[in-house]
Design a binder for this molecule. Structure first.
Ligand code: HEC
Length: 180
């Protein structure tokens, strides 16, 4: 009777881990949704007034939005392998996931990670869309390029092509938070 019960226990553990992963995927996506929505709205509103104004919107609004959604043990952010703002540097646990996406351009599935202190992490890749090329593409309008250089002297976030990985969205949350 020992063997089957061990096998059962292992099966239950595997099933439990799979369920936790599913929960974390769902919870992570849910927590990121308002961040993505509000960033996109800020960008579109800014762009409606011209790319110069949109830069202001990205610069001021993006950190505010991230901050306003980072509460109750939840932290959201976005990062990249080629940063515009060094303040968006990747949390340590996100880096290997970002590297995995870079290593395999066909892999665009969301990922979860187990973090310390009962916390979970969730990461989603960000593809470069046509709209993004105005400020992250291969040829920027000269005045825009100049404005970006002044604001972000260490900018590495130009030269992207449509469809290329621009970076990732990430979120950290308490694991108990994962059950819907
Ligand atoms: C109007 C210009 C503009 C457009 C268009 C734009 N961005 Fe950005 N982007 C910026 C600026 C400015 C920052 C730096 C914001 C900050 O200071 O946090 C930034 C930062 C980022 C970051 C954070 C990482 C980093 O490099 O600092 C990501 C990811 C990003 N943009 C993705 C995109 C994507 C995807 C699109 C298209 C949907 C897009 N951007 C469109 C100007 C723009």
């Amino acid at each position: 009777m020992r063997r089957p019960s061990i096998a059962l226990a292992i099966a239950a553990l595997i099933a439990g881990a799979a369920l936790a992963e599913e929960n974390h995927l769902a919870r992570g996506a849910e927590l990121l949704a308002p961040f993505k929505r509000e960033l996109q709205a800020a960008l579109r509103e800014g762009l409606a007034e011209g790319p110069s104004r949109a830069i202001g919107a990205c610069r001021l609004r993006a950190p505010q939005i991230a901050e306003s959604l980072s509460r109750d043990g939840v932290r959201v952010g976005r990062t990249s392998h080629r940063l515009r703002n060094p303040a968006n540097a990747s949390p340590e646990w996100v880096r290997p996931i970002l590297d995995a996406y870079l290593a395999d351009s066909d892999d665009r599935a969301s990922r979860v990670a187990q973090l310390n202190e009962g916390r979970a992490g969730y990461v989603e890749p960000i593809a470069t869309k046509q709209l993004c090329l105005v400020c992250h593409g291969e040829s920027l309008a000269p005045d825009l390029a100049q404005q970006i250089r002044e604001l972000y002297p260490e900018d590495r976030a130009v030269g992207f092509r449509e469809g290329e990985l621009r970076g990732v969205f990430w979120v950290e949350f308490p694991q108990g938070d994962a059950t819907p």
